[in-house]
Design a protein around this ligand. Structure first.
Ligand code: NDP
Length: 448
């Protein structure tokens, strides 16, 4: 879709020139600018005062060398990144991703999305993202520790509890956060809430581990309820088997659904009897194994190599929780043909743009990532609050706050979509609602 507003079309052309080759970042910026066209027409001051110019340029991009020594004594070098996209509404906040697919383009796109997502949580946090092309898979604990220490030895000078507070993401779980935190403390001598997703013995929050998956289900439940539907007795397919997927599976099951499939980057399992989540937790959280092992102990389940086939399994509700671009247009069409009536994104940008359009055209309820998976970062902000107060809330307190936030996000984006003439398009509603708060804060703070 072309941008109709001449100023935004020109701005996009300049963003393309300046970020040539950053395909994922450009797709994301274009999609957000398309959604907010009616907003800037109503608020010309965002153009006149330079807010749009500043909004599409990250405040700071840091790229650095991460040298470390493997168990064989060989020197290895990875690349580290931190992109601080926007601090208009609070200190930068966003996860760190360790995966071979990490590039500056991917981190820039994630940081840009994070700014809008964090705005939707209603909490005072700006947007950032970081990571490395390091692959923790197959590395020993000591190798992961040495890598994390080297990564933090550079990163520590760019972060702080009131400037930038990273968290986990793909490949960065409790183990990595622990090693990163230890090194930050050693370098600075400060015992502070500089990372979230910490262990419970050193400042972590109860319910942070569960938050993204649970939050996804709370958001989706509210979206379903408004359409007269629910998780109860629904058949659900979830991709991934990491942090988000496991706790989405747990909550969806608690809400009465039958989850029949999960995956990892090698393939997927289909268990028509419903996934035995205790077994998945053993494989993934305890043994760091592969999802195919599930089928070895569950005769009712089949394992299939390759990821895309998971979307051919008939389901009522699909929750993509692995990675970006995992639902192609073809997969979207297959889901629609098989009667899927709701797709809600646990991963960041798992559906390609054409796929989103196909869902919207077919009347499928579509929960966009920046709204549906905001529960993780929202609970991270709650961890920051607890750290500042030197207090720990109970699981129930955190979970209740998380649920309130996710329900609030649904109503906020639904209302924004209605107000700006795109009722039912929650993708546009999320972009609009997220942008408005950031833009007003930027306007108030001037040219900075
Ligand atoms: P994990 O590393 O815990 O799990 C990722 C899962 O996705 C694993 O099962 C992994 O398989 C699979 N996966 C990764 N890359 C690919 C790929 N290229 N193709 C197919 N499968 C793949 O990460 P999280 O669960 O934390 O994150 C999942 C998604 O959710 C990401 O998009 C992340 O940005 C997003 N997210 C996470 C939040 C959080 O709080 N953790 C918050 C908000 C969003 P394998 O084990 O084989 O690599």
């Amino acid at each position: 879709m072309a941008l109709k507003n001449p100023y935004l079309a020109d701005l996009m052309a300049r963003v393309e020139k300046r970020n040539a080759g950053d395909a994922q970042f450009l797709i994301t910026v274009r999609s957000v600018l398309e959604s907010i066209e009616p907003v800037v027409e109503k608020h010309p001051e965002y153009i006149e005062k330079g807010v749009m110019e500043m909004f599409v340029e990250p405040e700071r991009v840091v790229q650095f060398r991460v040298p470390w020594v493997d168990d064989g004594g060989n020197v290895r070098v990875n690349r580290g990144f931190r992109v601080q996209s926007n601090s208009a509404i609070g200190p930068y906040k966003g996860g760190l991703r360790f995966h071979p697919s990490v590039t500056l383009d991917i981190v820039k796109f994630l940081a840009f999305e994070q700014t809008l997502k964090n705005s939707l949580t209603t909490l005072p946090i700006g947007g950032a993202k970081g990571g490395s092309d390091f692959d923790p898979k197959g590395k020993s604990d000591m190798e992961v520790m040495r890598f994390c220490q080297s990564f933090m030895t550079e990163l520590y000078r760019h972060i702080g509890p009131d400037t930038d507070v990273p968290a986990g993401d793909i490949g960065v779980g409790a183990r990595e956060i622990g090693y990163l935190y230890g090194q930050y403390k050693r370098l600075t001598g400060d015992y502070c809430g500089v990372l979230t997703g910490k262990g419970l013995t050193y400042g972590g929050s109860l319910a942070r581990k569960e938050a993204t998956g649970y939050g996804l289900c709370y958001f989706t439940e509210e979206m379903l309820a408004a359409a007269g539907k629910s998780f109860n007795a629904a058949t659900v397919v979830i991709s991934g088997s990491g942090n988000v997927a496991i706790y989405a599976c747990e909550k969806a099951t608690q809400l009465g659904a039958k989850v029949v499939a999960l995956s990892d980057s090698n393939g997927y399992i289909h268990d028509p009897n419903g996934i035995d989540l205790d077994c998945v937790k053993q494989i993934k959280e305890v043994r760091r194994g592969r999802i195919r092992e599930y089928a070895e102990t569950h005769p009712s389940a089949t394992y299939t190599e390759g990821c895309a086939g998971i979307w051919t399994i008939p389901c009522d509700i699909a929750l993509p929780c692995a990675t970006q671009n995992e639902i192609s247009l073809e997969s979207a069409r297959t889901l629609i043909q098989n009667g899927c009536y709701c797709v809600s994104e646990g991963a960041n940008m798992p559906t390609v743009m054409d796929g989103i359009q196909a869902f919207l055209d077919a009347g499928v309820l579509f929960g966009p990532a920046k709204a549906a998976n905001a529960g993780g970062v929202a609970t991270s902000a709650l961890e920051m609050t607890q750290n500042s107060q030197r207090l720990s809330w109970t699981f129930e307190e955190v979970d209740a706050k998380l649920k309130d936030i996710m329900v609030g996000i649904y109503h906020n984006i639904e209302g924004a979509a209605r107000e700006y003439g795109c009722e039912g398009n929650f993708e546009a509603g999320a972009n609009i609602a997220g942008f408005l708060k950031v833009a007003d804060a930027m306007l108030a703070q001037g040219v900075v």
